[in-house]
Ligand binder design. Structure first.
Ligand code: GLP
Length: 253
């Protein structure tokens, strides 16, 4: 299902509405959490609405998609620090139920296996938030990643390191590798919300609709997900062909 909103703020409103409704129906739901610039306004709206509506998030379980290898949870550029800054510290979460891959795990392969297993132990992800990289990566599953993949260590592409260098002081210190939940882990989620905003995502979103499912563009796997919502602002939707735009769900009342 495709949704196109006029701007980032209405995207964030919609996504946090879906999230809050899911939590109200299932207070111990398992949320697949994502990071990146796209998620910042979404978490900000979510925090605001949780407070306004007095939603209890203390029973929520969260699993983050990915983490840089080599960064401790206290490193300011780690995704653990991102989650703390943009979401966790603001609400009454149970910190024992907030999981992220450990970028400093002694045995990374073993850690990845345990991470996927722990997700399954909780019964899988109920709602997976997802952003997309300019090259079509989801989580840190770079082009060419097997659709069968589970949590694993990945070498980041040069493009991804350049894209993400804006969060670091200089490109040289963007880690070369990361842990990511695999594509199969993502596809196992009951529901996926893929969010893309801004003109920099317009080409990859057009590519999503113009290509068949291919490992060369990991994002395309979502065409096979039974309950994936593609949520865009006008800028990210600006290169979509008219035939695709016409299929967008209208939420106008
Ligand atoms: C990063 C993250 C992804 C994220 C994507 C988009 O590399 N690993 O999980 O979805 O890139 O990031 P942004 O929202 O900053 O464009």
């Amino acid at each position: 299902m495709l949704f196109i909103f006029p701007d980032v703020s209405s995207v964030a409103d919609y996504v946090s509405d879906v999230l809050i409704n899911t939590i109200k129906n299932k207070p111990d739901m398992v949320l697949g959490a994502a990071t990146g610039g796209t998620m910042e306004p979404i978490y900000a709206h979510f925090i605001q609405q949780v407070r306004q509506q007095q939603v209890d998030v203390s029973r929520l379980v969260t699993f983050n998609l990915d983490e840089y290898v080599g960064l401790s949870a206290h490193h300011p550029k780690s995704y653990a620090a991102y989650m703390h800054q943009h979401l966790f510290q603001h609400l009454n979460f149970n910190t024992a139920k907030l999981y992220l891959p450990d970028g400093q795990a002694q045995n990374l392969e073993e850690h990845c296996f345990e991470y996927s297993t722990r997700v399954q132990h909780y019964g899988g992800i109920n709602l997976q938030l997802l952003g997309v990289g300019g090259n079509g990566h989801i989580g840190f599953n770079e082009p060419g990643t097997s659709f069968d993949s589970r949590c694993h260590v990945v070498q980041l592409s040069e493009q991804t390191r350049i894209d993400n260098s804006r969060f670091f002081a200089e490109n040289a210190i963007v880690p070369a590798s990361a842990i990511t939940m695999g594509i199969q882990d993502i596809m196992d989620a009951d529901e996926v919300l893929l969010v893309a905003t801004g003109i920099s995502k317009s080409a990859i979103m057009a590519a999503y609709y113009q290509n068949d499912v291919t490992e060369a563009i990991p994002l395309t796997i979502l065409k096979r997900h039974p309950s994936a919502k593609i949520i865009l602002d006008e800028a990210a939707a600006s290169l979509l062909p008219d035939s695709v735009r016409q299929c967008a769900v209208s939420l106008a009342t």
